[in-house]
Design a protein around this ligand. Structure first.
Ligand code: FAD
Length: 426
């Protein structure tokens, strides 16, 4: 087989998905150029490291894949190819050790993103990947891509391109979602972005908001009715905010909450403030003699409730209900809080929406644009926090990068065949 000239592969977007695609393609022996609109790479990845970089999750694959909801079927093959074990091995190869937390989440030992990103960039550069920052992609056709730079318009020829342009939250870190307009001009269907892993609005009273914004509610169970009427219940914690509620427990329910709000305009969450106690036990403890103590101090001393719980009870129930121990006991096990909207998309940890999977083949290439591949959060999937976001960004980056290598080698074979046919004709 003859030696082929290296092909030029452009990766647009220097987040985890783009860098992973670049790594795969350069290992396949191509000339790789990474472009990004921002002055430096991986800004959202670095932000993720500020609160403890959760790289992936160690749970069994059968459970893991369903975190991607209805998109798990499409993503399954790539998630399996680059699973949580592969992610850990890849991180260890960069000289960074990892550990599994009690919840099964996987972190680098120092919890940070910066040392990992530094080691990764060093390796990519030594493999020959070239970086072009402050290049905002603004248009593209079959043989060239156009970028706006501080020096003006720049055009680059390419053989294949991987788009890894991110979702539409935290715009100041680069992922502004504006690329959907360019994709639309190429008739590539995108689904409208929506906040995922986001906070929700509650109409708190001024008193409750001023006194309790920022207060966590720990060891609480939350139930919500899904749009198919199924009841979803989860245990965990969340935080009261100025505008409503946010935090890991709320994030893990955010797709279902968002969908119910879309359909009905609101959704009621039912909080079990005492998940470790049965309704009967709560009732009998509430009914215990309390002497001259107020109800609040009785709730605190007998049931272990905190001031925020007591204020929440007053926020959500009428005085009449609160004075009726039978009714109060049942509400302590199912206290309704009405959520009336999502917090702004720009504040969300991640977004749902983006390139419709129907546009892609299984190598993550756009069916209508041969040579155009996509990876990462710009695709229409969503998952809860817990390392699932980065896992899918890495896995789709690997899949798109391998897809490019396979596609280019198929092109080389076609060129060889045409050359042989041409020579035989002579
Ligand atoms: C506060 C916070 C904490 C998080 N913590 C975690 C966590 O612990 N674990 C986890 O799994 N996930 C976490 N995430 C989510 C995770 O960071 C993202 O899902 C991930 O970064 C998405 O990767 P990506 O490569 O697809 O896109 P991005 O990281 O968003 O990168 C996209 C890149 O494309 C560039 N770009 C966009 N448009 C253009 C254009 N037109 N031209 C050129 N360049 C362009 C952007 O500048 C950006 O650099 C967190 C997110 C946030 C906001």
């Amino acid at each position: 087989m003859k030696n082929h000239q290296k092909k030029i592969v452009v990766v647009i977007g220097a987040g985890p998905a783009g860098l992973m695609a670049a790594e795969q393609v350069v290992l396949g022996g191509q000339d790789v150029h990474v472009f990004d609109a921002m002055p430096s790479v991986g800004r959202k990845f670095l932000m993720a490291g500020k609160s403890g970089l959760n790289l992936t999750h160690s749970e069994k694959f059968d459970q893991f894949k369903f975190r991607y909801r209805e998109k798990s079927e499409f993503l399954e093959a790539c998630l399996k190819d680059f699973d949580s074990e592969s992610i850990r091995t890849w991180v260890h190869d960069l000289g960074i050790q990892t550990f599994i937390g009690t919840s099964g989440r996987v972190f680098p030992v120092d919890m940070k993103a910066a040392p990992l990103l530094r080691a990764w960039l060093h390796r990519l550069k030594s493999q020959g990947v070239q970086f072009h920052m402050r290049h905002k992609w603004i248009a593209g056709d079959e043989d060239k891509l156009s970028f706006m730079t501080p020096e003006g318009l720049v055009e680059r020829h390419y053989d294949a391109v991987v788009f890894a342009l991110g979702g539409a939250s935290w715009k100041r870190l680069g992922s502004d979602g504006l690329w959907t307009k360019i994709f639309e001009t190429h008739q590539v269907r995108t689904i409208e972005f929506q906040p995922s892993n986001c906070g929700f609005m509650v109409n708190w009273s001024n008193y409750f908001r001023e006194k309790f914004a920022g207060t966590p509610l720990t060891n609480i169970s939350v139930s919500v009715k899904r749009s198919n009427d199924e009841n979803l219940t989860k245990l965990g914690q969340f935080v009261v905010t100025e505008r409503g509620v946010e935090g890991s427990l709320i994030y893990s329910l955010s797709a279902d909450i968002r969908e119910k709000i879309r359909i009905d305009g609101f959704v009621d969450l039912y909080l079990d403030l005492l998940p470790g106690k049965s309704a009967e036990r709560v009732f009998s403890e509430l009914n215990a003699p309390r002497g001259s103590r107020s109800l609040s101090s009785h709730l605190r001393s007998k049931l272990g409730l905190h001031p925020v719980h007591c204020a929440l009870i007053h926020e959500c129930l009428t005085d009449e209900v609160i004075q009726n121990m039978q009714q109060l006991a049942s509400f302590l096990k199912a206290l309704p809080i009405r959520l009336i909207g999502t917090c702004p998309i720009d504040e969300a940890i991640s977004t749902a929406g983006g390139v419709d999977f129907a546009e892609l083949n299984h190598d993550f290439m756009l069916q209508s644009k041969p040579g155009w591949f996509c990876a990462g959060e710009m695709l229409d999937w969503e998952a809860p926090t817990g390392g699932y976001l980065l896992s899918a960004c890495f896995a789709t980056g690997v899949a798109a990068g391998r897809g490019v290598t396979n596609w280019l080698s198929a092109m080389n074979k076609t060129e060889d065949r045409e050359k042989i046919d041409g020579d035989e004709d002579v």
